[in-house]
Ligand binder design. Sequence first.
Ligand SMILES: Nc1ncnc2c1ncn2[C@@H]1O[C@H](COP(=O)(O)OP(=O)(O)OP(=O)(O)O)[C@@H](O)[C@H]1O
Ligand SMILES: O=P(O)(O)OC[C@H]1O[C@H](OP(=O)(O)OP(=O)(O)O)[C@H](O)[C@@H]1O
Ligand SMILES: O=C(O)c1cccnc1
Length: 483
Amino acid sequence: MSTHRYSALLTDLYELTMLAGYFEKGMHRQTAVFDMFFRHNPYHAGYAIFAGLQPLLEYLSELRFTASDLAYLKALGIFKPAFLDFLEGFRFRGKVTAPTEGTAVFAAEPLVTVEGELAEAQLVETALLNIINFQTLVATKAARIVSVARPGIVVEFGLRRAHGPDGGLSEARAAFIGGARSTSNTWAGQVFDIPIKGTHAHSWVMAFPDELSAFRAYADCFPDQCILLVDTYDTLASGVPNAIIVARELRASGHEVRGIRLDSGDLAYLSKEARRMLDEAGFPDIKIVASSDLDETVIQSIRNEGGCVDIYGVGTQLATCGGEGGGSLGGVYKLVRFDHHPKLKVTSDIAKATLPDRKRLLRAVLPNGEYCLDVICLEDEEPGPGTTVFDPVNPARTKTVPPDAHFEEVRQVVMQNGQITRPSPSLDAMADRCVEQMRRLPNGTIRLTNPHIYKVAISSGLHDMRTRLMQEALENQPGYREE
Ligand SMILES: Nc1ncnc2c1ncn2[C@@H]1O[C@H](COP(=O)(O)OP(=O)(O)OP(=O)(O)O)[C@@H](O)[C@H]1O
Ligand SMILES: O=P(O)(O)OC[C@H]1O[C@H](OP(=O)(O)OP(=O)(O)O)[C@H](O)[C@@H]1O
Ligand SMILES: O=C(O)c1cccnc1
């Protein structure tokens, strides 16, 4: 569902000045192809989970300059009237190719490819990166957290620590794609139809004369959604025993306490003790919720210690994409074809050289359904099983596509002539896709630390084209002399 209209001014000024320049030089209608990709998986992870496509397509479909946008740009005094007239009729009519949200993707792979006139393909750079970088970063963090929490479930609690209201909204969406089963963010629930869940705060307990009367009052108000926060005073000496008293009283009136929440201390130890006390009191179905600065490492530690947590409430670390290698995803948007010619950003560092031209992204799948490597090839290439492919950074290293593998196309055309051509799957289907993708990755790829590096290779056609373009670019440098 659409949240709001995106402004056409959701862009960096330089996109607009370049556009004005291309317009003035008569270049704006020349054809261009741009690729969005990132150079390193976030969190030093073995994979990333692609997210943000549906909001991106909404932005592209709605992109137009309103009268007030044009008045604002005019008042800046830097744009000429003819250009402002051009912007008035501006619409995005390009083509977009991308994976489905929830798909596992890897560093160096072309993710979103935008093809169209230079003006439209250039203008959308900033918004595209803003949307895809953030949602992919959050979905990946959620997938990491969920991968260690399972079969425990993850609830997203991050709104209070998210980067602004809009950050909190899109974060809840991306966290759901990455595997969080619900959110505390009520607005996200309304906008995206994500299940919403919640308990109560310490202030509830403190607003009553004592913990037991606070628990009784909460059970009275919410007899069928009663989850009690048990750590305000002393978790095991008062919180859990008081929760058991209220659970007995509620049962006598035909209802059940649903859960207790632990929010401090050693969550492994406390959850085991609380589980034992609840079971002994005849409440094996009361769930244990844990929160308190959780992330994938803490959850793994709780699991390793045999903790009895059923539900992990994860806020700050998920909303802010914390942890080493987190914080931001460095996705970039590079010109790969212009005016019917493949383009390459030449650099002495081959790791930073772009992959030219229109490309396909293929995933080699073994007979058992497991993914074994990805191959980036030119649009008209058909690499088959048994083909030799090249490491993009060190092409002296080659690999053979297993002869019994078959290729799956990772991306599809999702927009043509500015019209969405593939309806977006539901958020549930995206979340299911993420689960399925993680299941099909090789063992070790989803490990938190030092993961197995999933191979991404380039085809011989792409390798040859890149080598030729690098050579041509060098020869065109003033002062170049072949040794
Ligand atoms: N078993 C565990 N293994 C690893 N880390 C844990 C475990 N249990 C809790 N933690 C983490 O240890 C930290 C300690 O929490 P502690 O209760 O001391 O602080 P707190 O929750 O910030 O307390 P308060 O909110 O009362 O100040 C939290 O960040 C929590 O995520
Ligand atoms: O720790 P997070 O992963 O961000 O999860 C959300 C946290 O937000 C709430 O506490 P808050 O820090 O607002 O205050 P409190 O713990 O003092 O109640 C809640 O009790 C969690 O601890
Ligand atoms: O419902 C909760 O328990 C909750 C919601 C947001 C943040 N912390 C806790």
